[in-house]
Ligand binder design. Structure first.
Ligand SMILES: [Zn+2]
Length: 471
């Protein structure tokens, strides 16, 4: 469930770093909502489910395990249209720009719903829709695993887990959901549980998963029902009232009473529900792996082929950005910088090198502004391979520094090193920048970065190349 329910005032969950920035600058007047749904529980249940897998499966998911638990399992809570926009996503003129996490991770693709284009299918984070969402993403997980696309599979797992997890946290009774926390997150464990295979075909396993998620909702209701009844409001009554109103006062009072009078019992119930949920998550992931027994090893990249996706920035999905590229707003407080998917106009001057489009950066701040490849389109690399990368650049009235880089990252998606071309400081017409680099030992991903900083002029980039060279 989003930290702020979709029916309430529109305020999406903020990335942690961003929250920290806000905490130091803005909480005095911002008044962040005190009542949140699940947050850390998503992360911990995910980690516990992975820990329960048999050793072979644990090894297979290992490269993506940390980020699955840290980020992918939150994808449905990060799929909002405000990412990359001003005003903290709330049109608040005092707030900085929202980092564009949604586009950087292609979160809408993995969730199957684009909130900007209103394309795909949006699943509310509660049963019955959450049940269907879990099964749909189970199918996508198996498909990706069978094709040897581990990173894609792990991202679909994250979405599937999220919907299973939300299903077990009383999203249908918001006064409970918003305060249903296991405060000792480390206590969330499957306790030696051996994951079960849900079916022998993807369709059968998806059908069983559907039934099991429904059962999980019943199980959590039965777990909490006796405690809630002691407050004088039965679970059925709570469900009836919350079907009419998001936060009925009688139910909110009952939850407050229960937490005040029996805090340990209430938290034990939340922990039991989280553990039951972790076991089902383990079953789902175990089954997906079991249905893709020959997880294909990723093939090394071909040589002498341009590996840069949408290298000339020609294709897009109508969302103001070229497909496979996103903007790195390096200074969220900057109000001037612009990053535009540039279209050749009808004027005599058309700053595109080929086709009809280029990627433009204008009026960049000191801290910089850049176009970068989204993670879905990052190039998987292996230590020791060599790559040659190039981009064409055109500038006008530039100041500051402009450069092009091959940035290498480890399996945790953290930068390990970057190979940069010479900094461009004077105006030029279309000119090719190129560089070559060997993949460092701990690198697993490569992204092209088109960067400019402290620049009161304009820069256009076109025709990116990333080529693995034969050695
Ligand atoms: Zn959610």
């Amino acid at each position: 469930m989003p930290k702020n329910n979709r029916h309430t005032a529109y305020r999406p969950r903020l990335p942690l770093l961003f929250l920290r920035i806000l905490a130091t600058t803005a909480t005095a007047w911002l008044g962040l909502a005190p009542a949140f749904g699940w947050g850390g529980e998503h992360n911990r249940i995910t980690a516990a489910a992975v820990e329960a897998l048999p050793a072979g499966q644990r090894a297979a998911i290992a490269p993506e395990a940390a980020i699955l638990a840290r980020l992918y399992c939150e994808f449905p809570d990060l799929n909002w249209p405000c990412y990359g926009e001003w005003g903290g996503g709330n049109a608040d003129p005092r707030l900085p720009r929202f980092p564009d996490t949604r586009r950087e991770w292609d979160i809408s693709f993995y969730c199957g719903w684009d909130p900007v284009l209103q394309k795909g299918k949006s699943y509310p984070h509660r049963a019955p829709e959450s049940v269907e969402a879990a099964a749909v993403h189970f199918g996508k997980t198996v498909e990706a695993l069978r094709a040897g696309r581990l990173a894609d599979a792990a991202r679909f797992v994250g979405v599937m887990f999220h919907y299973i997890q939300d299903s077990s946290s009383f999203p249908h009774i918001q006064p409970i959901h918003r305060a249903f926390h296991a405060t000792k997150l480390d206590a969330i464990r499957t306790g030696g549980y051996e994951p079960q295979q849900l079916g022998n075909t993807p369709a059968e396993a998806a059908a069983v998963l559907t039934a099991r998620v429904r059962k999980l909702v019943d199980w959590t209701e039965q777990r909490l029902a006796p405690l809630l009844a002691e407050t004088g409001v039965s679970l059925d009554e709570a469900k009836r009232l919350t079907s009419k109103e998001l936060l009925p006062a009688a139910v909110t009072r009952a939850v407050v009473k229960l937490r005040a009078e029996k805090p340990a019992d209430y938290e034990a119930a939340a922990l039991d529900c989280a553990n039951e949920c972790a076991r089902l998550c383990a079953d789902a992931l175990h089954s997906a792996f079991a249905l893709a027994p020959s997880l294909a090893a990723a093939k090394p990249n071909p040589t002498n082929t341009n590996l840069a996706f949408n290298s000339s920035f020609e294709s897009g999905d109508g969302d103001r950005a070229p497909e496979g590229w996103c903007v790195g707003w390096l200074d969220p407080n900057d109000r001037a910088g612009r990053a535009e998917w540039y279209r050749a106009g009808t004027h005599w001057d058309k700053p595109v090198r080929t086709g009809k489009r280029s990627a433009m950066l204008l009026w960049s701040p000191q801290k910089g502004l850049e176009w970068r490849q989204t993670w879905r389109r990052a190039v998987p690399v292996n230590a020791g391979e060599t790559y040659r990368a190039a981009v064409w650049i055109k500038t006008r009235a530039i100041t500051g520094s402009t450069w092009f880089a091959m940035q290498f990252y480890d399996t945790a998606y953290e930068p390990v090193s970057n190979a940069k071309n010479e900094v461009v400081k004077t105006d030029c017409d279309w000119k090719k920048l190129s560089l070559e680099a060997t993949v460092p030992s701990n690198a697993h991903w490569l992204r092209a970065i088109l960067h400019t900083e402290a620049n009161s002029g304009a820069v256009w980039f076109d025709d990116v190349e990333i080529i693995r060279t034969a050695r």
